[in-house]
Design a protein. Sequence first.
Length: 257
Amino acid sequence: MKKLIIWTGIGIVAVVVLAGLGVHFFLDIAIKKGVETIGPRLAKVDVRLDSASLSILSGTGKIRGLVVGNPEGFQTRSAIHVGFAGLAVQPSSIFSGKVVIRSVKVQGPDVTLEESLHGSNLRKLLKNLKAASSADKKTGIKDDKPGKKLQVDEFVVTGGKIHVSFVGLAGRTVNLPLTDIRLENLGTGPEGITAGELTEKVLTEVLDQAIKASAGAVADLGKDAANMTKDIGNSAAGKAAKGLGSLFKGKREPDAQ
């Protein structure tokens, strides 16, 4: 009888462990699939994620190798590359209607701001996100599936770099540090915030910081652009140089269609 109880206990523990491992595996796959499915729908670009993991016991997780591609018409390799990001989630909320994320900490992202005759790649991404959000509201689509509604107490980006690419100006590129970004208390209301709305807020902040950081660094390049326009007149490079000048004076060009 004693042996039966012992083996029964061992069996129960084994089932619990296997179930836990199964849930871990399911969550990891679900996060990766969600990013690579929802991302392209919202941003209208290719989105890839190497791996994701989330523990339902500790509520901690991480993602590696997130790559957000560029809209059509842009030449740089990607718009955003995140090597590593750490997550802290309230475990009890994981399978509820609203996932409470205590913190998201993105470390050392590479952001590429490409300016060309098509406009800005980041601005185009932002426009796509806003259009997707607007379309969902018009059609009455509700993000009522588990994991779709979010609350993010803290979203932090540190150690980032901006690669500002000037297409039409002999491929000139300026590499700059990205000012640390901190967003707090997102989606604290009963309706929470959707993944698209969260991405839109973060991308808006990245775009603003990228333009601010780039404005000072391209002062000397602006002089070169002015000299180039004297020589090349109304050529494509000349138009790009003039558009670049208005951008960093705070006059944003219309979004690319």
